[in-house]
Design a protein around this ligand. Structure first.
Ligand code: AMP
Length: 440
C-alpha cells in the first residue's frame, strides 16, 4: 500500500420468507464514497465507477473497446491501474488441458459460455474449475485479467443449476469489483431464473433490503455493507453453503478483516470456500489457514501486466494541485529515476518546463523535438544526469532504460495497451518497479 501524506435478471418469484414485489433493476451510476480521505493514494483508493464501456483488457482475443487513439481515449477501469507485484508462477504459451466441453457442467451453462465468446479456458479456469466442481476448497493466486471471475462463477452457477435453492456469498473489496462480478454473472445466467443481489456501500441500502426479500442465489457485495445487512437480519449466513473471497489481499489491505471474520464465523462450518488473492503474504496465509479446509492451491501469472511492477493510483481530489502532488512525489528518496507520461506533445513540454521551475532536473522526449534533441534528452536520463524524463506514449515506446524506479502516469493513457507499454518501462529484468497513475 502506498501513502503520501442488486440486481436480478428479470421478474422474480417471491421467496418463501418474504413478500412479493416486482423485480429489481441496477442503478446506472455509482457515487463513490471512499473509506480513505481524499488525496490519499493506495490500493484501496478507488474512484467511482463512471459507467461507459469497461475496458476488456486481459481477454486473450482482444476486446479492447476500440483501441484507436481518440482524443480522450477509451474508458479504462481504474482497477486495472492497481496491481501488486509478485505473481507466483509463470505460464508461457499456455495450452489448456481442458476444453469448456470437457467440464462436467450443465449443457445450458456450456451454451452460455459459448455465447459469451469464451473459446478456451484461461489457465486459472483450466486448473480450478475441475476442483471446484468436485467441491474442493480453493486458493487461487491470480489477479484481474486472468479470468478468475469466470473460474469461480462457472462451477458455482452449475451448483445452483443442480440445486435452485443453493445460496452463494461473494465478497469483494470494492463496489466496482462487486458490480463487475454481478455483470459477469448476469452474462452467464440470462434466462436461467437465477438471481443475485449486489450489496455494496455507497448505494441505497433500502433498495438492497427490498431486493433481499426476494428469492436469490447469489449475494455479491463488500464486507462492510454485508455486515450491516447481517446485523439488520436481512442476510442469514447459515443459509449459505458456498463463499468466495475475491481479492482477499485487497480486502485485508482495506481493513475489512473484522468484517470478513464475522462473516466467515456466521457461515456453516461445513461449507465450500473459494479464496482468491493476487499475493501470498504471511497475513494471507493466516487467513487461508483460518478460513479454508485443505484447499487446493493454484497460482497463475497475470495475463497483462509485468510481475515485477507494483501499480497503484494517486487520487487528485477537488481543489488539489496535480503538479504540486507530482512535485511532492519527486522529492521522495526512492523516486530516483522517473518517467512521467503526458498524453500530448504540448503537455509534455509544458510539464517539463513547470518541473524545471520547481527545481527538478528534467528532460523531455516527444514528437515536437527532433531526433538528436530526443537522443540528447534520453542520454541525460540514462546517465542519471536528470531525475525525470517527461515523455509521450509514442516517444517512449520500446525504450529500454535500466533502473527506472517509477513510471508516473500524469495523464491517464488513452488505451489499456498504452498503459501496459508505459509501465513496462520500469521493473525490467529482475528489478522491481513501481507505477502510479493520477486519477482526477
Ligand atoms: P477477470 O480476470 O475475471 O476480470 O477477466 C478478465 C477478462 O477476461 C474479462 O473481460 C472476461 O470476460 C474475459 N474472459 C474470462 N475468461 C475468458 C475466456 N475463457 N475466454 C475469453 N475471455 C475471457
Amino acid at each position: 500500500m502506498y501513502n503520501s501524506n442488486s440486481s436480478s435478471n428479470g421478474p422474480r418469484k417471491p421467496f418463501s420468507r418474504t413478500n412479493s414485489r416486482p423485480g429489481s433493476s441496477r442503478p446506472s451510476t455509482y457515487a463513490g464514497s471512499n473509506p480513505r480521505p481524499a488525496g490519499s493514494y493506495s490500493s484501496s483508493s478507488r474512484p467511482p465507477f463512471r459507467g461507459g464501456s469497461r475496458f476488456g483488457g486481459g481477454r486473450p482475443s482482444g476486446n479492447r473497446g476500440g483501441a484507436g487513439k481518440r482524443p480522450h481515449g477509451v474508458y479504462i477501469d481504474p482497477n486495472k491501474f492497481i496491481n501488486k507485484a509478485v505473481i507466483t508462477e509463470e505460464i508461457e504459451h499456455f495450452k489448456p488441458e481442458h476444453k469448456f466441453d470437457d467440464f462436467a457442467v450443465n449443457p445450458v451453462l456450456k451454451a452460455a459460455i459459448k455465447s459469451k465468446g469464451y473459446e478456451l479456458p484461461t489457465p486459472i479456469q483450466d486448473r480450478t474449475i475441475p476442483h471446484i466442481l468436485q467441491g474442493a476448497d480453493i486458493v487461487g493466486i491470480a489477479n484481474t485479467g486472468t479470468g478468475k471471475t469466470a473460474a469461480f462463477l462457472i462451477p458455482l452457477i452449475n451448483k445452483v443449476l443442480l440445486n435452485p435453492k443453493e445460496q452463494v456469498m461473494i465478497l469483494a473489496p470494492t463496489r466496482e469489483l462487486a458490480i463487475q462480478i454481478n455483470e459477469e454473472l448476469k452474462g452467464f445466467t440470462r434466462g436461467m431464473k437465477m438471481f443475485s443481489v449486489c450489496c455494496v456501500g455507497g448505494m441505497s441500502i433500502t433498495k438492497q433490503i427490498s431486493d433481499l426479500r426476494y428469492q436469490y442465489n447469489f449475494i455479491i457485495g463488500t464486507p462492510g455493507r454485508i455486515k450491516d445487512l447481517i446485523e439488520r437480519r436481512m442476510i442469514i449466513l447459515s443459509e449459505f453453503n458456498s463463499i468466495v473471497l475475491d481479492e482477499a489481499d485487497r480486502m485485508l489491505d482495506m481493513g475489512f478483516i473484522n468484517d470478513m471474520r464475522l462473516i466467515m464465523a456466521g457461515m456453516p462450518k461445513k461449507r465450500h470456500t473459494l479464496f482468491f488473492s493476487a499475493t501470498l503474504s504471511p497475513d494471507i496465509e493466516k487467513l487461508i489457514h483460518e478460513f479454508l479446509n485443505q484447499p487446493v492451491r493454484i497460482s497463475v501469472k497475470t495475463r497483462d501486466t509485468s510481475k515485477n511492477i507494483d501499480q497503484d493510483v494517486v487520487r487528485v481530489g477537488a481543489g488539489m494541485n496535480k503538479l504540486d502532488m507530482l512535485n511532492d512525489l519527486l522529492q521522495k528518496k526512492d523516486f530516483t529515476k522517473v518517467i512521467v507520461f503526458s498524453r500530448t506533445k504540448h503537455g509534455a513540454e509544458k510539464l517539463s518546463k513547470l518541473l524545471v521551475q520547481k527545481g527538478i532536473k528534467v528532460e523531455s522526449i516527444h514528437g515536437d523535438k527532433n531526433h538528436s534533441r530526443r537522443q540528447q534528452a534520453l542520454k541525460a536520463f540514462k546517465e542519471n544526469k536528470v531525475q525525470v524524463l517527461v515523455a509521450t506514449d509514442v516517444a517512449a515506446r520500446g525504450l529500454d532504460i535500466a533502473d527506472v524506479s517509477h513510471v508516473v502516469n500524469y495523464d491517464v493513457p488513452a488505451t489499456y495497451d498504452d498503459y501496459v507499454h508505459r509501465i513496462g518501462r520500469t521493473g525490467r529484468g529482475d528489478k522491481k518497479g513501481k507505477a502510479l497513475t493520477f486519477l482526477e
